[in-house]
Design a protein around this ligand. Structure first.
Ligand code: SF4
Ligand code: SF4
Length: 456
């Protein structure tokens, strides 16, 4: 366990007293040379890495107007300082969003601004050194890229984008993190984060068909590589075996069955997650996404539906179009991509799914917005659809749904309430049985709920 005290988080956030360097020791495992090389990065720190890092920074800034604005526009107003859960939870000033940005901004200023080149001390410009690189590796990996700070910045500066750029630079000089890079390598090689080959995937899906048949008496299919199906379902590979994710996949299959929609999974693109977003690398982001386009064309589907996964939906909704578009080979009557919640919501609205809410009267349900869905994407064809649609689906499935008061919605991953930023009013619930969790568990709950009903 990390050696630091966690400040108490009260009703109103209080900026904690600074404890400099208390989180400097916290960093992820470094990727091994094989993990690095398998996704196109140097295996270890390259000679002259300082120059390579500065050159990569210049390349990223010249290729992204947004990144340049983020690095140039900060006025140090401080509005973001107490908006990051990593700072509130650790008191380390380098976990303030503005200070996290400054780790990169100081190097940018040194090499790419007039003042930084000639008067570095006056403008907080720093040389690229090993000490700076160590700080980057530690503190840019203490950002979950939740984008909460950007909501409060008057200039809309997105620290998540700055963190992604820093990680991309580190990978380019041979210093990557093991977790993401090893996983991305598995997707390139096998097709999913878990490294689950096609025979194992098929066996798992066969087992699910048997389980559902035993439980319900209904022949719900879990098709794999079925050419000519209408829908290609892309879902995180965790859905193939982990709890409660697998309940989500079972639910999706039951929705398709009940609605009479032919669908298939793909062994070539058996992964919705795209961890390349976390390392901020465009080439890997595109390469992982490309598998999905290839699978859709090869299988001849009419639409692509994405299962529940916050960052996967962000990549699909916000980036697929430029990464792997155009999608002129799909049926233009449907949105591209389409979220499983959108599809289910539409079926409910049109009366295709008839649900008996009372079957879930033993459950008290709430919903926690996912940061990537809530702040980095949308659902449906109306503003705020990403807040409305998942709740509408849950409410159609049970009688005891309660939205949490904003101060109660502390996310286990992102640490801080997100729906306090959305405009709709909530009904507070004080029932101790109320469930809390990120969107994944909430969706699993609703899908279980839905399908108990659809099939009975
Ligand atoms: S809120 Fe924006 S402008 Fe203000 S210090 Fe933070 S990043 Fe800079
Ligand atoms: S994106 Fe989230 S984790 Fe990163 S600095 Fe901002 S609030 Fe903190």
């Amino acid at each position: 366990m990390a050696d630091f005290e966690t400040p108490a988080l009260g009703e109103y956030p209080v900026i904690p007293l600074l404890r400099e360097g208390v989180m400097a020791h916290s960093k992820p495992f470094v990727a091994k040379p094989d993990h690095q090389k398998s996704i196109g990065f140097p295996g270890e720190l390259v000679p002259d890495w300082e120059k390579v890092a500065v050159a990569k920074l210049g390349e990223l800034v010249s290729g992204s107007r947004a990144l340049q604005v983020f690095l140039d526009a900060c006025v140090k107003c401080g509005a973001c300082t107490d908006k990051c859960h990593y700072y509130l939870g650790t008191s380390d000033p380098k976990n303030m969003p503005v200070a996290r940005q400054d780790l990169l901004r100081s190097v940018y200023r040194r090499y790419y601004t007039f003042a930084g080149k000639h008067f570095p001390k006056l403008v907080g410009a720093r040389d690229m050194t090993k000490a700076v690189l160590d700080d980057w590796y530690s503190y840019f990996h203490q950002c979950s890229q939740c984008r909460r700070c950007s909501v409060f910045c008057p200039y809309g500066i997105d620290t998540a984008e700055v963190s992604m750029a820093a990680r991309d630079i580190m990978d380019s000089v041979g210093l990557g993190q093991k977790y993401s890079n090893e996983i991305i390598g598995k997707v390139h090689k096998i097709g999913n984060n878990l490294g689950l080959p096609e025979p194992a995937l098929r066996d798992t899906l066969d087992g699910l068909e048997e389980d559902v048949k035993d439980e319900t008496g209904v022949d719900v299919k879990f098709p794999l590589d079925e050419k000519g199906a209408e829908v290609l379902l892309i879902t995180p590979s965790a859905d193939f075996f982990a709890e409660p994710h697998i309940d989500g996949l079972i639910g999706y299959a039951k929705v398709f069955h009940a609605a009479g929609i032919s669908w298939t999974l793909s062994s070539h693109a058996s992964e919705a997650a795209n961890f390349s977003l976390f390392i901020g690398n465009h080439d890997n982001l595109q390469k992982v996404a490309e598998r999905i386009r290839d699978a859709a064309i090869d299988l001849g589907v009419k639409r692509i539906v994405v299962g529940e996964c916050g960052h996967a939906w962000r990549v699909a909704y916000s980036f697929w179009n430029t990464l792997i578009g155009p999608f002129d080979f799909l049926d233009s009557r449907y949105p591209v991509p389409q979220h499983i919640c959108e599809l289910t919501y539409d079926l409910i609205q049109r009366g295709v799914l008839n649900l008996d809410k009372s079957a879930n009267d033993d459950k008290v349900v709430t919903f926690h917005d996912s940061c990537n869905v809530a702040r980095a994407s949308r659902m449906g064809d109306f503003e705020g659809g990403q807040f409305v649609i998942p709740r509408a689906v849950i409410q159609a499935s049970c009688n005891h749904f309660y939205d949490m008061p904003a101060e109660a919605t502390t996310c286990p991953h992102c640490g801080i309430s997100r729906h306090q930023e959305r405009p709709t009013a909530a009904t507070p619930a004080e029932d101790p049985k109320m469930r809390s969790g990120c969107m994944g568990s909430a969706v699993a709950i609703f899908v279980i709920a839905l399908l108990i009903l659809v099939l009975t």
